[in-house]
Design a protein around this ligand. Structure first.
Ligand code: KIV
Length: 280
């Protein structure tokens, strides 16, 4: 029997059944295809795209057009996973109309199943407007990289009782506004556990420990493809950068040493055709 496409109902059922939800990011067709074929529940076209694939210093410069371009590529490689497009900075904060229109672009142009956006009470009305338009919304609390400047850097959030209480309250608020799940980024395990117990929707941990309903990692981090910094919460399952570097150096040596291409990589015509060619 062919594997069925993962739906919102499957994601919600996993929390109810105590089965963890797996999510990874992707930004292009081949990576999405590998992740999808491996059976991951959900693929997020994160705006981490800006840092790990486009070379920006933060996620702030990422545009809607860049997100749509990459989401379309990921869609082409994704047959089964629940596909979520990440709304970039200022694509949803200015007006509700803008937010709904931009969320709609992820669905209509890129074929996403849902969108993600960052923030708590300040975006509750926006979440409601997008959900009312029929678009599922994944929330994102804790370390919210689009507002890293306001947060004073990439640091763990909710380390004292007051800030932890704020995360819990905000989670309840955006759940009420209609989020189908919430990413908790860089939040202490105990705080994430309380949020997970208080909410009826799933929580997805990105550096928020084992008690959440699921886990998400930036694929380039877990594959060792992005070395500018490796967050403490990332487990690197392989270090691809040095492997790729070795392959590229070997190719350079082969080209310079005349070892590539070999006979097995070349096309030849028959000797009689060569004779004709010489006489022509
Ligand atoms: O942009 C992204 O990839 C994210 C995940 C890290 C949750 O927001």
């Amino acid at each position: 029997m062919e594997r069925a496409k993962t739906t919102l109902t499957d994601i919600n059922r996993k929390k109810a059944d105590g089965v963890k939800i797996s999510m990874l990011t992707a930004y292009d067709y081949p990576t999405a295809k590998i992740i999808d074929d491996a059976g991951i529940d959900s693929i997020l076209v994160g705006d981490s795209l800006g840092m790990v694939a486009l070379g920006y210093d933060s996620t702030v410069p990422v545009t809607m057009d860049e997100m749509i371009h990459h989401s379309k590529a990921v869609r082409r490689g994704t047959k089964y996973a629940f596909l979520i497009g990440d709304m970039p900075f200022l694509s949803y904060q200015v007006t509700k109309e803008d937010a709904v229109r931009n969320a709609g672009r992820f669905m209509k142009e890129a074929g996403c199943d849902a969108v993600k956006l960052e923030g708590g009470s300040e975006v509750a009305d926006i979440v409601k407007a997008i959900v009312d338009a029929g678009i599922p919304v994944l929330g994102h609390l804790g370390l919210t990289p689009q507002t890293v400047s306001k947060l004073g850097g990439y640091r763990v959030q909710g380390k004292d009782a007051d800030s932890a209480k704020k995360i819990i309250d905000q989670a309840l608020e955006i759940e009420k506004a209609g989020c189908f799940a919430i990413v908790l980024e860089c939040v202490p395990d105990q705080v994430a556990k309380i949020v997970t117990e208080k909410l009826s929707i799933p929580t997805i941990s990105c550096g928020a420990g084992p008690y959440c309903s699921g886990q998400v990692l930036v694929t380039n981090d877990m594959l060792g493809l992005f070395d500018r910094f490796v967050p403490k919460f990332v487990k690197q399952y392989v270090k691809l950068s040095p492997l790729i570097s070795d392959a590229v150096k070997a190719y350079k040596d082969d080209v310079e040493g005349g070892k590539f291409p070999g006979k097995e990589h070349s096309f030849v015509i028959k000797e009689e055709e060569m004779d004709k060619l010489r006489k022509a």
